[in-house]
Design a protein around this ligand. Structure first.
Ligand code: 4NP
Length: 173
């Protein structure tokens, strides 16, 4: 008969094991009202479809829109894709994010450079561009739709949805 599996000795140990095994994903753009809330919504949707246990959040490198819901055009693009992101609220990246999250995905090169400059030495989060997940799009940025027309938000939704499906595959491989 195989030996009994070793049980955690305490609630603290049990919690630590579970939480260490759970991926925690942070999506980051500049304002946290357009691209990263779209990425958060798309990935929440894909993760739920896949039954994936994962922590998910988004934030901006800038704090100008703190507390605001996603841009109306972003909410409309997500809704057209079947996802409601109206309950999200913008927040700025914090230093503890670099330890709380296992993966931080930047929407563009500037977000990536800002995150790398902020990251405390020895922090555990893996920081990469979101589109590095998509074969053939490595090194590309999710274009900022803020100053563009509404159709730009549909392109953003497509990009973050494609990347979200790739991320589910990566985490379930
Ligand atoms: P996001 O877009 O970084 O995708 O949320 C922007 C939102 C706000 C501003 C720029 C980009 N802004 O300059 O206020």
């Amino acid at each position: 008969m195989p030996g009994k599996p070793e049980l955690p000795r305490s609630h603290e140990e049990c919690f630590r094991r579970v939480s260490e095994a759970t991926p925690a994903i942070l999506f980051v753009c500049l304002g946290n009202i357009c691209r990263s809330p779209l990425a958060e919504g798309a990935f929440r949707h894909e993760a739920q479809l896949a039954g994936l246990e994962v922590e998910i959040d988004s934030a901006g490198t800038g704090g100008w829109h703190q507390g605001e819901p996603p841009d109306q055009r972003a909410r409309a693009a997500a809704k057209a894709g079947g996802v409601d992101i109206s309950n999200l609220r913008a927040r700025q990246v914090r230093l503890d994010d670099f330890d709380r999250f296992t993966h931080i995905f930047a929407m563009d090169e500037q977000n990536l450079a800002d995150l790398k400059a902020m990251a405390p030495a020895g922090s555990k989060a893996e920081i990469t561009l979101l589109l590095d997940l998509v074969s053939g799009r490595e090194g590309a940025s999710v274009s900022d739709p803020y100053y563009g027309g509404e159709e730009m938000f549909d392109y953003t939704w497509e990009d973050v949805s494609t990347a979200s499906r790739a991320l589910v595959e990566k985490l379930t491989a």
